[in-house]
Design a protein around this ligand. Structure first.
Ligand code: XUL
Ligand code: CO
Length: 437
């Protein structure tokens, strides 16, 4: 079978909020200007290869339900067909970026050498696809979690030969990402964690992971890759505990291993939920600590405690995140990758497009709400007003290091300091935000 793989799907047009056409965007309008920049350039949307073109609907209780033609075998011919289908979908959706793992794009073959050859082959075809369609690589990554060799971790494996295999895959994928002009390189520690502490040396595993990441940084510098290295936090699943638990944990890890400034964060919505955080919290933490990198946009199910990787469909969830991103000056090399897949029962080709159209519209609508909140300015002003005391007097003196514990204590003892309670105005601010949603 050759292209087109989705003959019944047109190039998805922007038709406006009143449109009833299920194969049209209602909010995602790539060229619409938002705060002086195209909507597409704010959101930098990416389609992921693994969920969109490799997922067959299998779950822990049942086998494959979705049968794309390129799933008929593990040959390089099937990999080529998958690539053609992927670029057709990228073009029809007007996505400016895509993302992939090494094993999403090619079979690993029967030897390390075959794996590397397959990857080089597909990289050449990808370069041609990028050239032809203008859909670029947001990030590349290596899958260090599916193969049985990684059952006890990759960099944190008790066996250094597995560590070497992880180095082989990351070296190859970092090189390919560089060659394809990728904007970032992502490291998700799929099995960098433990199942039981009974057989685990925490300190040793942390040091191994620190060493591995230092090697990645060194290689990035050696080849002159100018993109951003990103770690993707996740608290658990597949392991009971993963070392890259959340943004703050990764931050401390980077500081401990001298990697601060070298690696930023790829934050995923459902991973934040699993860590017991709002996604907005993770984003606020990353921005506050200079770690904002990129996003994996998806959602979980509020009743299910696992990583369901559903497409985002509520713009209110995204609006506050986009508000913070706009306030921070916007994304640089990062973007919004849909780390999301259609459901097991979504077996029609059109379902893949409905998922992406809904996700892109959700982000676009969130962006427009965020733009309105920024233009209104009341939310930012309320926060500024709340901390205004730190701009002058005692507050400014404390920050300028002109006060000691003693000088402050003396002021209180002399009665020259007399704090007055003030409302936090939470309900008023919640109502204010709702006006824009
Ligand atoms: C797993 C996950 C991965 C990473 C890339 O939960 O999010 O797909 O995004 O390895
Ligand atoms: Co992800």
């Amino acid at each position: 079978m050759s292209a087109p793989f989705f003959p019944q799907i047109p190039t998805i047009p922007f038709a406006g909020p009143d449109s009833r056409d299920p194969l049209a965007f209602r909010y995602y309008d790539a060229d619409r200007m938002v705060m002086g920049k195209r909507m597409a350039d704010h959101l930098r949307i990416a389609i992921c290869y693994w969920h969109s073109f490799c997922y067959g609907g299998a779950d822990p209780f049942g086998q494959q339900t979705i049968h794309w033609p390129w799933m008929a075998g593990h040959s390089i011919e099937m990999a080529d067909m998958k690539l053609d289908a992927a670029f057709e979908a990228f073009e029809k959706l007007g996505a400016p970026f895509f993302c992939f793992h090494d094993v999403d794009a090619v079979p690993a073959g029967n030897s390390a050498r075959e794996f590397a050859e397959n990857l080089n082959h597909i990289a050449e075809r990808m370069a041609a696809g990028i050239e032809r369609t203008g859909c670029r690589l947001l990030w590349g990554t290596a899958n260090l979690f599916s193969h049985p060799r990684y059952m006890a971790g990759a960099a944190t494996n008790p066996d250094p030969e597995v560590f070497a295999w992880a180095a082989f895959q990351v070296r190859n994928m970092l090189d390919v990402t560089h060659r394809l002009g990728g904007e970032n390189y992502v490291l998700w520690g799929g099995r960098e964690g433990y199942e039981t502490l009974l057989n685990t040396d925490l300190k040793r595993e942390s040091d191994q992971l620190g060493r591995f990441l230092s090697l990645v940084v060194e290689h990035k510098q050696k080849i002159g890759f100018k993109g951003t290295l990103l770690i993707e936090p996740k608290p658990c699943e597949p392991t009971k505990h993963q070392y890259d638990r959340d943004a703050a944990t990764v931050h401390a890890f980077l500081q401990r291993h001298g990697l601060e400034g070298e690696i930023k964060l790829n934050l995923e919505v459902n991973h934040a939920t699993l860590a017991g955080h709002d996604f907005e919290h993770e984003v606020a933490y990353a921005i506050a600590n200079g770690l904002l990198g990129s996003f994996d946009a998806n959602r979980g199910d509020p009743r299910l405690g696992w990583d369901t990787d559903q497409f985002p469909n509520d713009h209110r969830d995204m609006a506050m995140v986009l508000y913070r991103v706009l306030q921070a000056g916007g994304l640089t090399t990062g973007g919004f990758n849909f780390d999301a897949h259609i459901r097991r029962q979504s077996i029609d080709a059109a379902d893949l497009f409905h998922g992406h159209i809904g996700g892109m519209d959700t982000l676009a609508r969130g962006l427009l709400a965020a733009e309105a909140m920024i233009a209104d300015g009341q939310l930012a002003k309320a926060v500024d007003d709340r901390y205004a005391g730190w701009q002058c007097g005692v507050g400014a003196n404390v920050l300028d290091r002109n006060e000691s514990l003693e000088s402050l204590a003396d002021k209180v003892a002399q009665g020259s300091v007399d704090p007055q309670p003030r409302s936090g105005r939470q309900e008023a601010l919640e109502n204010l935000v709702n006006r824009f949603l």
